[in-house]
Design a protein around this ligand. Structure first.
Ligand SMILES: [Zn+2]
Length: 180
């Protein structure tokens, strides 16, 4: 079977993401929010599409500033739905705004989205999915699993033989800390 670790290295879009981002810990709340929004928008599409639209997404969503996106009114959301650079899907746009609001609420209770994730760790995938379904919108099993893999909360982003795996281990992802 061909895996992401086979096809990504050297690819103009997948390569940099695979080598430097996929599976590595993410600590900034806006960066975590960006990853969640990209995973939600990927539903039904390819990750390659998301990587190619990433710059347009950043521009359209104010660099994924949680405070700004949480305040998007109907007019701002309509503007997003008219932007051909992003995914023009009403439910996905609404989910970005609603999840920004929910992450801001999490900040009030836990200090940050990153600390909220850390406070719940370790959970297995099913427990994470239950928690995400109850906390956010548009976060089913596949999206939640992909998001957690991509930020190093679930093991398995990379194949054991992939050289990036060793670099991720040195950066101490959450899934490895639970085993120590
Ligand atoms: Zn890999």
């Amino acid at each position: 079977m061909t895996t992401y670790c086979d096809i990504a290295p050297g690819h103009p879009d997948h390569g940099p993401y695979h080598d430097r981002e996929y599976g590595f810990p993410v600590t900034g709340d806006d960066a975590l929010f960006e990853r969640l929004v990209l995973e939600i928008n990927q539903a039904g599409l390819s990750w390659l599409t998301m990587l190619r639209k990433r710059a347009a997404f950043r521009e359209a969503f104010d660099n994924f500033s949680l405070e700004r996106v949480a305040r998007y009114d109907a007019r701002r959301r309509a503007k997003l739905l008219a932007n051909p650079g992003i995914i023009r899907n009403r439910l996905k746009v609404e989910a970005a705004v609603e999840n920004a609001k929910r992450i801001l609420a999490i900040r009030k209770s836990h200090g940050s989205f990153a600390q909220w994730l850390a406070a719940h760790h370790p959970l297995d995938k099913e427990e994470w999915v239950r928690l995400f379904k109850k906390t956010f919108v548009f976060t089913g099993g596949e999206i939640t699993g992909s998001f957690l893999l991509s930020i190093g909360y679930l093991k398995g982003a990379h194949e054991e033989w992939c050289p990036v795996q060793a670099r991720i281990l040195k950066s101490k992802p959450a899934w490895a800390q639970a085993r120590m």
